[in-house]
Design a protein around this ligand. Structure first.
Ligand SMILES: [Zn+2]
Length: 305
């Protein structure tokens, strides 16, 4: 049984492929996908998916990229939706300095978005964190280039008693124990495998074949910093995600493919979750079955049965 703790199945690029993805989820034993709405227009789409597919766990939130375009009624709309769905999660919410300081002005993913300054993102983030804390709901946090600020905020404000998810954690390894002490769970994303690289003088006998299989990686490769950080996450806080359609795995690791959208945007298939599990088990040097059982227990602790 696998759990994708973070994706965006409501993305319009998936619309023509939904039935195929659902079949694949059944075949792979993906019992749950936490489907994150990121803006007000997304929320009814996530709700509709939860009605249609039993494996969808709905999650509603205003993403920092979408904070600048929110309507005056956003918080009331979110409150009403949560009141109507007592089992829904909150997310994704968060902080993002990348869009402010590092993103290219012509990045197509940011077209039409007003980029909210960090103070405004913080206000939107804290309002949603307070909602999650008040009702002890699972909450998913996105953070890009703002881990210091996030660390300060999470230590200065109450967090849900059940804990919270730091999705696709890419912060410093040194902060992991501080976040874990507050109740953080950390989800591993297969996109980080792009940091894994072959050794300078590979042993030809241990090298993967031209199209490497997941189980051949392991010890023959040096892992990048984001991967190394995942060796430090306590086992009882480990989770796995795809963030599909975003964060595609390197080609060699992809087990499931979808044609790109009409404008050429690649789509990460949620079925690649299995490869992310396999890679994380290799990274942690534990049997896949052990990781799967642990991730299921962790999922239940955070998101409920
Ligand atoms: Zn996401």
């Amino acid at each position: 049984m696998l759990h994708d703790v973070h994706n965006h199945l409501q993305d319009e690029g998936f619309a023509p492929h939904l039935e195929r993805i659902a079949d694949c989820a059944r075949e792979l034993g993906i019992a749950d996908m936490v489907v994150n709405g990121t803006c007000e227009a997304d929320w009814p789409l996530v709700h509709a998916l939860a009605q249609r597919y039993p494996f969808v766990r709905p999650s509603y939130g205003l993403h920092p990229w979408d904070a600048g375009n929110r309507s005056p009624a956003w918080l009331e709309t979110l409150r009403a939706r949560l009141a109507a769905e007592p089992r829904a999660a909150i997310g994704e919410i968060g902080l993002d300095r990348w869009i402010l300081e590092s993103a290219r002005p012509d990045d197509a993913r940011l077209a039409g978005l007003r980029r909210a300054p960090l103070a405004e993102q913080t206000e939107v983030f804290l309002a949603q964190l307070a909602l999650a804390t008040a009702e002890n709901r699972p909450v998913t946090i996105h953070c890009l280039q703002a881990y210091g600020q996030l660390d300060e905020l999470l230590h200065a404000h109450p967090v849900p008693e059940r804990g919270f998810l730091l999705h696709a954690y890419a912060g410093p390894a040194a902060l992991i124990p501080r976040f874990a002490a507050l109740g953080a769970y950390f989800s591993f994303n297969g996109y980080f495998l792009k940091d894994a690289h072959a050794p300078a003088h590979p042993n030809p006998n241990s090298m993967p074949s031209p199209k490497p299989k997941c189980h051949l990686i392991g010890d023959t490769l040096a892992w990048g910093a984001r991967l190394e950080a995942f060796k430090r996450v306590p086992l009882d806080r480990l989770l796995v995600e795809t963030d599909a359609p975003a964060m595609p795995l390197p080609t060699a690791w992809r087990t499931h493919k979808l044609p790109p959208t009409a404008d050429g945007t690649p789509l990460n298939h949620p079925g690649n979750l299995e490869a992310a599990y396999t890679a994380l088990a290799a990274l942690r040097r534990i049997p896949l079955a052990e990781l799967t059982a642990q991730a299921t227990a962790n999922f239940t602790c955070l998101f409920g049965p």
